[in-house]
Design a protein around this ligand. Sequence first.
Ligand code: KIV
Length: 275
Amino acid sequence: MNKRTANSIKTKKSKVVMLTCYDYAFAHILDEAGVDILLVGDSMANVVLGLEETRKISIKEMLNHTKAVALGSKEAMVVGDMPYAAYQKNPKKCVYYAKKFIEAGADGVKIEWFKECKYVVKRLIKNKIPVMGHIGLTPQTAHLLGGFKVQGKTKKSALNLIKQAKILEDLGVFSLVLECIPHQLASHITKQLKIPTIGIGAGSGCRGQVLVLYDFLGLYKRIRPKFVRVYKDLSIQTSDAVRQFSNEINNGKFPNISESFSMDATQWRHLRKEL
Ligand code: KIV
């Protein structure tokens, strides 16, 4: 398999597999396991930094972690999630900050729908920056959507999402995240578009799926949305390992001799004479 690019994702015939990723070690594992896209998601604000809102994460934090993920991956496409401060706060600065993500090693950026989304996406694409769109439940502006609620449940709101999806495709995004929308609507949007849709809480009719890594591995316990499937609960494995570590320290079983360094016997004898 070769390095995934915006173009190879756009034309991929099989399903797109995306996971969020925030560091070098996991990037290496996910890349080797064949994940198509590593999204350095601003969900890092919640699951890594313990913040309540994704809007609170800084550009610097996102760039540092994008660098780490890019260093750990060879074949996956790395997408940097543009934080609120990098484009919604001042849309005129979007190209400046998107270029910082590319310099940090991202192969593209993700933009959530907001009132000036068209302006931002147009400018990024004009500057040859691959853009992934994101509609439905957009966490950076969840306060304007009535909170963390499923979107597109009424005719009016569903038509609005269909319109947003078409606008983004026409502007040239290479893929589109559909977050928390009814599965019927997600399938309809998917059929209307040529670019792949990547669903999270949007049913199986999308052309790809994404989950937040820390949800997928059972590491984040504060909220467990209905659409999350925990594939392996590393929180249980981690706490078992920690209990065993603690017992083995207490009963002298850790470390053993092969996990320790030793001194040459002659040197030790000479030293003992001085002690
Ligand atoms: O930040 C994130 O994790 C995301 C995904 C939910 C798509 O935007």
